[in-house]
Unconditional design. Structure first.
Length: 189
């Protein structure tokens, strides 16, 4: 579990499916690799994420707002390669009310701190749909470096072939990015 005074990131479990489905909204899935519109689909999504954790290639979390003790979304590390000290951070979504709020920066800080200070990663990457400008702006606000566009990176549900924008933060960037988080936090208190 990762936490600060506002957010807890708890390892995803099957019993979280109902709360995640409550937080669900159709717009969340516009640029995601899945589309969730039923509780059964959410249960399958959760089961798949847990299976990846059991294979030791992903760490899926539920995002809990501590003030209300409420699950408001999910995020995960995946494509974890401990030998190469790299991973990807993504599959992040939040209840609509908490989008564009303090939640994303708090979650990303906790996970990035874990990656660079505990796991000693040398690279954490992010990919987002080229059409998802909101996500690109959020990743750029973190201080991640845009590395380019991966053409025809994936086929989404419904058959759309997407391009993905690739970003990264490397271990040499972390101290500067960490200071950026502290500065933003002090500005909004």
């Amino acid at each position: 579990m990762l936490e600060n005074e506002k957010i807890k990131l708890i390892p995803l479990e099957h019993h979280h499916s109902n709360a995640l489905f409550e937080a669900n909204h159709p717009e969340i899935w516009s640029f995601m690799l899945s589309e969730i519109s039923t509780l059964d689909e959410m249960e399958q999504w959760v089961a798949s994420a847990i299976q990846l954790r059991e294979q030791e290639i992903a760490l899926p979390f539920v995002v809990v707002l501590k003030e209300k003790n409420q699950i408001i979304g999910s995020t995960r590390l995946f494509d974890i390669n401990l030998n190469q000290k790299s991973c990807e951070l993504g599959s992040t979504w939040y209840r609509k009310y908490y989008q564009k709020s303090f939640v994303n920066s708090n979650c990303k800080y906790l996970i990035l701190q874990y990656c660079f200070e505990e796991l000693e990663m040398v690279r954490v990457q992010f990919k987002t749909d080229e059409r998802n400008k909101r996500s690109q702006r959020a990743i750029e606000r973190l201080g991640a470096v845009k590395e380019g566009v991966m053409r025809n990176e994936r086929i989404l549900p419904g058959g759309f072939v997407r391009n993905a924008v690739l970003y990264s933060i490397i271990n040499k960037d972390w101290n500067s990015i960490k200071k950026g988080f502290a500065y933003r936090d002090s500005k909004y208190q």
